[in-house]
Design a binder for this molecule. Structure first.
Ligand SMILES: *[C@@H]1O[C@H](CO)[C@@H](O)[C@H](O)[C@H]1NC(C)=O
Length: 238
């Protein structure tokens, strides 16, 4: 019976036209768990772990452009390249819930994992936060270069002993508040010996440009990472 169903499903899906695979919108959400005939249990977050050379949860997020729900990376040990490659979600631009990053050892920043993540909606928070970066020894920069908007909920960045480039991020332009509630920004017990500087080049067009309305002083530039001549890593690049 089951194989008949699968056969029919395959047959049906083969008739759905596939074109422009690369730019296709793909909405993903967690498969509901529950018993047939009973109310479905409330969906929990998608949990991603890289341990013992496997990435659990990676496949569920692969190729998704929007994840309807929350994503929690709960542990990343340094694994072989084949496995680390599964932990790359270049198509993901939006998470409707929260994003939590914890116990990441095998990764210096989040740019390789979420290079195009632009929006975190915060419809579902973790306590009162929709971006939580907690206890990651490996992280040296956050570096989410495409993140422009956190619609609801606060940001908590705590106990990342090697993490710098937190204060160079212009959080107040990223964090929005939809309702009247003001959400918090907490940054504590990260690397306290940072010397953060945003890259400046004498060449025009290759330097960090402060967002409109802010002073032109180099010290007011905002960046996600130190940057270089080729890639200034500015938060607002012209
Ligand atoms: C993601 O896309 C690749 C290439 O198009 C495909 O081989 C793979 O099966 C897809 N993964 C999922 C989970 O849909």
């Amino acid at each position: 019976m089951k194989s008949v169903c699968i056969f029919i499903l395959l047959l049906v899906s083969s008739f759905i036209p596939h074109n422009g695979e690369e730019t296709e919108f793909k909405l993903c959400k967690k498969q509901a768990t529950g018993f047939p005939g009973f109310a479905l249990l409330r969906n929990g977050p998608l949990i991603i772990k890289v341990v013992k050379d496997t990435c659990s949860g990676c496949k569920e997020l692969q190729n998704c452009t929007t994840y309807d729900g929350s994503v929690q990376i709960q542990i990343v040990r340094q694994a072989e390249e084949r496995v680390m490659k599964q932990l790359r979600f270049p198509r993901l631009t939006e998470i409707t819930g929260h994003l939590l990053i914890s116990l990441v050892y095998g990764q210096r920043n989040l740019k390789d994992i979420f290079p195009n993540l632009a929006v975190i909606r915060g419809r579902e928070m973790f306590l009162d936060y929709s971006l939580v970066i907690y206890e990651n020894k490996g992280l040296e920069e956050i570096n989410l270069p495409s993140l422009t908007t956190i619609l609801d909920g606060g940001v908590r960045i705590e106990k990342n002993i090697n993490l710098c480039y937190v204060d160079t991020i212009r959080w107040k332009s990223i964090m929005r508040t939809n309702n009247n509630k003001q959400y918090g920004f907490v940054s504590s017990n990260n690397n306290d010996a940072c010397f953060d500087t945003c890259f400046h080049s004498s060449k025009s067009g290759a330097k960090c440009t402060p967002p409109a309305g802010h002073s032109d002083s180099p010290s007011d530039a905002y960046c996600w990472a130190p940057g270089s001549e080729r890639n200034p890593a500015c938060q607002s690049c012209k």
